[in-house]
Ligand binder design. Structure first.
Ligand code: CU
Length: 116
C-alpha cells in the first residue's frame, strides 16, 4: 500500500526526523498540502501534477491577463469563471482518476492531474 511504502522509504532515508514525518502523514497533517501551479505567459508552470484524493491544488494566476479554470470530469465539474491576475483557484479532487484541467480562454493551456 502506498502509505506504508512511503513511511518505510522515509525511515530508511533519515532516522527519527523522518519517522516523525511518517507519523505526521498518518495523522493527516501533511496530506492536505497538495500542490501549487502558476499560470504565466499563457501557460501552466507544469503539465502534470500528482495528488491524493482530498488534497488541494492551488492554481495561481501570475500572468498579466485573465484566465479561466475548467474541469469536465464525471467526479468534478468545475468552471472558475474569470480568474483575474493575482487570483487563486483552489480545486479539491473527490475521487481517484485522471483529470484534465484547462483554460476556457486559451485552449492550449492544459494541466493534467493524476489523483490516487
Ligand atoms: Cu488562460
Amino acid at each position: 500500500m502506498r502509505v506504508g511504502r512511503r513511511i518505510v522509504e522515509c525511515c530508511r532515508r533519515g532516522g527519527t526526523l523522518a519517522l516523525a514525518f511518517g507519523v505526521g502523514l498518518l495523522a493527516g497533517t501533511v496530506w492536505a498540502a497538495g500542490a501549487v501551479v502558476t499560470q504565466k505567459d499563457k501557460a501552466f508552470s507544469v503539465a502534470h501534477v500528482h495528488l491524493r484524493v482530498g488534497e488541494v491544488l492551488v492554481i495561481r494566476n501570475d500572468d498579466t491577463r485573465a484566465h479561466n479554470i475548467q474541469v469536465n470530469h464525471p467526479a468534478l465539474m468545475y468552471n472558475s469563471g474569470l480568474q483575474e491576475p493575482g487570483e487563486d483557484v483552489r480545486l479539491t479532487f473527490p475521487a481517484a482518476g485522471e483529470y484534465l484541467i484547462f483554460c476556457g480562454i486559451h485552449p492550449k493551456m492544459k494541466l493534467r492531474a493524476r489523483v490516487e
